[in-house]
Design a binder for this molecule. Structure first.
Ligand code: CUA
Length: 318
């Protein structure tokens, strides 16, 4: 779980060019606001003091109606300030939405669901959920959409955010300059579990990223003992109506839930729970207790031994 003090969730400490560009816009607008506030406050205090009612002064002051000079001044100054803000804002907005030239970026299709994220890498023929792997030092181009309601894709430390709207494809690129983990959030109120719609961005060196891609392309699903073999069968009976496990031959096509290929290598369950068997069992027994409104049905009918086999198998997926 993350709070406001989490350093991995901080727009003011960008770890890539998109975030830096946006931080410089924040600084510019803050600077303009401080300037305006200071000037207005000085004039206000000056007028209060200079034109205050003095003892014995009981006549009405000189009444002034209209001043062309002043009116021009207070029209021109805000226009000039807005122009100073608008030019870099518009240019940054367009440059962040621009698709990098073919072959120079990693393409990721982002699909928002209530309440999880799907990431598709068309260049590599892989897909994952909740964990977004990206190489450092390279632009990652996102095509963002949703299957149900409006979500918003946001990685505060890298920049963003961009709405995920059903039936519409929004474009944005981000880049991480150093390896690390960054917290991703849904930034649009989308239902009961909006606040739990987290994901993790794992920025890796190109080498590590290539390794991850290779592993995803050749997923392993080893049922090396009886328990795992039983677990695999339980997955086939209970999970693959909605989930894919590509290494085990449970294909993606037509599945509505997150792809579980390589699940054992992930670091969270459902995007925010600790990645261990205990939490996985608790989640499977009652997903609604953790993520109200989640579409995931509960698996309450397995006995302890079956539940153990099922979770062990899922944790063994590489
Ligand atoms: Cu999805 Cu908020």
């Amino acid at each position: 779980m993350t709070g406001c003090g989490d350093p991995r969730l901080n727009s003011l400490d960008p770890s890539g060019p998109a975030g830096e560009m946006q931080l410089s816009l924040i600084k510019l607008s803050l600077g303009i606001m401080i300037g305006v506030f200071t000037v207005v406050t000085i004039i206000y205090v000056y007028v209060l003091v200079r034109y205050r009612q003095r003892p014995g002064q009981n006549d009405i002051p000189k009444q002034v109606e209209g001043s062309t000079k002043l009116e021009i001044l207070w029209t021109v100054i805000p226009i000039a300030l807005l122009a100073v803000l608008a030019v870099p804002t518009i240019s940054a907005t367009f440059s962040l939405a621009k698709k990098p030239p073919q072959g120079q970026s990693v393409e990721v299709k982002v699909i928002g669901h209530q309440y999880w994220w799907e990431f598709v890498y068309p260049q590599y023929g892989i897909r994952t959920s909740q964990e977004l792997h990206i190489p450092v030092g390279k632009k990652v181009h996102f095509e963002i959409t949703s299957t149900d309601v409006i979500h918003s894709f946001w990685v505060p430390n890298l920049g963003g955010k961009m709405d995920a709207i059903p039936g519409k494809k929004n474009n944005m690129w981000l880049q991480a300059d150093k390896p690390g983990r960054y917290v991703g959030k849904c930034a649009e109120l989308c239902g009961a579990s909006h606040a739990l719609m987290d994901f993790t961005v794992i920025a890796q060196t190109q080498q590590d990223f290539d390794k991850w891609v290779k592993a995803q392309q050749n997923p392993q699903s080893m049922a090396t003992n009886k328990t795992l073999e039983q677990g695999k069968q339980l997955v086939a009976q209970n999970c693959i109506g909605c989930h894919a496990v590509r290494g085990a031959g449970f294909r993606y096509e037509g599945k509505k839930g997150p792809d579980l290929t390589g699940f054992g290598q992930r670091t969270t369950i459902a995007g925010f729970l600790p990645h261990d068997e205990k939490h996985l069992q608790a989640w499977l027994k009652n997903p609604q207790a953790f993520k109200p409104g989640a579409r995931m049905p509960k698996i309450g009918y397995l006995d302890d031994q079956e539940m153990k086999a099922l979770t062990q198998y899922l944790m063994s997926l590489k």
